[in-house]
Design a protein around this ligand. Sequence first.
Ligand code: C2O
Ligand code: CU
Ligand code: CU
Length: 506
Amino acid sequence: MDRRGFLLAGAAALAAPALTGGATGAADAQAKAGGGALPVPPLVDADGVQPLTLNARKGRHAFLDGLPGPTLGYEQQYLGPTLRLRRGRRANIELGNRTDAPVTAHWHGAFVPGAMDGGPHSPVAPGARAAVGFDVDQPAATLWYHSHVHGRTGTQVYHGLAGMLIVEDGAPPAGLPARYGHDDLPVIIQDRSFDSRGRLVYGSGGMALMTGFLGDTITVNGAIRPVARVPKGRVRLRLLNGSNARFYDLSLADGRRFYQVASDGGYLPAPVARQGLRLAPAERAEIVVDLADDTAPLALVAAPVENAPMGGMMGGAMMGGGAGAGGAGAGGGARATVLTLAPDPALVPVAGAMPARLPAPPMDFGEPVRRRDFRLTMHAGSMAGSMLRRLFGNAGSVMGLNGRSFAMDRIDAALRLGETELWRVSADMMAHPFHVHGTAFQVLRRNGRTVDPATEGLKDVVVVDGGGVEILVRLDRRADKASPFMMHCHILEHEDAGMMGQFTVG
Ligand code: C2O
Ligand code: CU
Ligand code: CU
């Protein structure tokens, strides 16, 4: 079905919440909420001699002041600790499950064998435990971890089963802020919605299936519009879009430049000056902001990005004008505060001068020996009637990869260990963040245009829209039929509905 056909079939249902909309009874509370201190998850080593205990658990967390509601977390009430792994050591984690449903911990972006990947084939039952061990051998990078049980990933991540994962590779580059919680901050950006009692609201039917679930309030590390006290100097933000479906156009409120120093797979070859950055679900970017001359607080803000089947990807000024998703209440593309950086003279700046070069990982893919085509598809059949039923009813097989909905017992591709392949990935109807497990890849072309590796870096998520992308992929870890790697759309409702495939490496 094309966009016009979809529009005719589903226009009435297209009313995704805008960021500043008041769709819930807690709207007033939300408008007033927030402004507290940025919560910084504890940093814990996950590569010790003793296994690190990581229990998925039920929690209670108050997003809105005085209104705690049920959540999930790893060890914590909501989200999990920031795990640190050092190259050359071995990850050593004991994963437990104290929730009521099977969970996993998938190490998103980590180069691990399929058997340790924490994907849909490795569920840990309630009350059970699982040992995780793998050799850490990849460049320094900001990764993350989250539950990945097929059909439950969206709701589990939404309620809190996610955390940041930092891989270190020797000493940090001289000059870059690197003191965790001081001038090096984890920033997990997620949109959430609440009911009148402040409890999380989640649904994955109807429109939430088509666009992915969009919350109406931005949170950072579980807090609304938090304030981080930072030194009057340079500050590094490890930005992670941990949202189920929402894209963000991030910038600083006064329009000043910042430097991007890393993307998904690690450092860029040199800092890249930017005024803005678009972050799709599951993408990471490390940025450095200079507050040496500031006395007033500076906000990190997000302009709404529209991404819906009827219109594809639009951003900034295009928001708010048209009928349909995101229009009402969006304030013509008004920017929302994500996080405020408050320079505090009492905190000592410790970072040195900005480095001119960074230890970027090599992009040594060589010539591809094979080519594959993947299409992220939003319809397995094409009859309008079945589309309508699917749109208003449940997912069924609407979402797929190359027209087929995910099946646990079907292997979609068999890769050879260490062989570089060229993948051409295209997509239906809207922008989809495409993710590959077990590796990081190089983006060659986007919509027919050559991509500069110096500004893109190594990626494990790439946005696929319109003309599609071409990527160079090489897997250096094995995965067999019992625990294959996944490739999927990281809009979690699309993934849960079957926009996912799996591959072996041998
Ligand atoms: Cu972030 Cu298949 O995962
Ligand atoms: Cu992953
Ligand atoms: Cu998708």
